[in-house]
Design a protein around this ligand. Structure first.
Ligand SMILES: [Zn+2]
Length: 265
């Protein structure tokens, strides 16, 4: 049985440069979810007017109100940050906010329950090298990612896969992780999703693209992704969670098995 294929993207932190990412996504017929906090102590966030404008074309997800590391605050604060950021996004955009992304990728089991109780349907993680569909977890769907638009060291990719003991991700690290440049890794994994099914999920931060001079690379990767939207439709993170997830792909192991079988051919 062939798995369906999809392409999604997500962008964290609500920097005003998110509009530059949004313009590129529109140019290449792609979708994306922007995870926007109300404020961050580290850098600028977009104005209310900019957020409304972005919300007209793209899904806006919550990223807490103050970009807090959930694991470093009290249970009460974490719960408020999770619930209040949903209400804030909905008030600001007039659109239901369905997806949440914990800042810095840090959260515990108790936070997953809070996210579910607050009424979200999806929780985006910072798991890299995944090609699977969202995984059910405590009444939520956990959304992994494939590639970050950032020049990681190879050792970071390895650590990310090993920490989760994710067989498929470790396999992909060994098979594709030699690509030292993220655009080459993206191309390699995207072609695999198009050929064998699964989800290709590119994520990043617009402020980081600026700081590390990655705009040209992003343009070429998004152009490439745009060429495959007929075989792998572009969806937002929320739309991805609403798709009927193929039962065979629910664990993500099906993707790894298909790859392993493909590798032996
Ligand atoms: Zn963040």
């Amino acid at each position: 049985m062939t798995l369906p294929a999809y392409i999604t993207t997500s962008w964290d932190d609500g920097h005003p440069l998110d509009h530059r990412v949004a313009a590129l996504l529109s140019k290449y017929g792609l979708e994306g979810t922007f995870y926007v906090p109300a404020t961050t102590s580290e850098r600028q966030t977009m104005s209310a007017m900019q957020l409304r404008a972005l919300g007209k074309g793209f899904e806006i997800g919550a990223h807490t109100l103050h970009h807090v590391d959930l694991t470093s605050v009290t249970t009460e604060t974490a719960s408020q940050e999770i619930a209040d950021s949903k209400a804030w996004i909905e008030d600001s955009t007039g659109v239901r906010c369905e997806c949440f992304c914990p800042p810095i990728g840090r959260y515990r089991k108790e936070h997953v329950r809070m996210v579910q109780r607050a009424g979200y349907i999806g929780l985006r993680t910072v798991e890299l090298l995944a090609l699977g569909f969202p995984r059910p977890l405590a009444g939520l769907l956990q959304i992994p990612t494939t590639v970050q638009a950032f020049p990681h060291r190879r050792s970071t990719l390895a650590r990310n896969a090993i920490k989760r003991m994710a067989f498929g991700n470790i396999w992909r690290y060994l098979r594709h992780g030699r690509a030292t440049e993220w655009p080459a890794l993206a191309e390699s994994l995207l072609s695999q999703v198009v050929a064998r099914g699964g989800v290709f999920h590119l994520w990043g931060h617009s402020w980081e693209l600026e700081e590390f001079d990655q705009w040209q690379r992003l343009d070429s990767v998004l152009r490439l992704m745009g060429q495959f939207t007929r075989q792998a439709p572009a969806v937002s993170n929320g739309q991805l969670c609403r798709l009927p997830i193929p039962p065979v792909a629910a664990s993500g192991q099906a993707v790894a098995a298909a790859e392993a079988a493909g590798g032996r051919r």
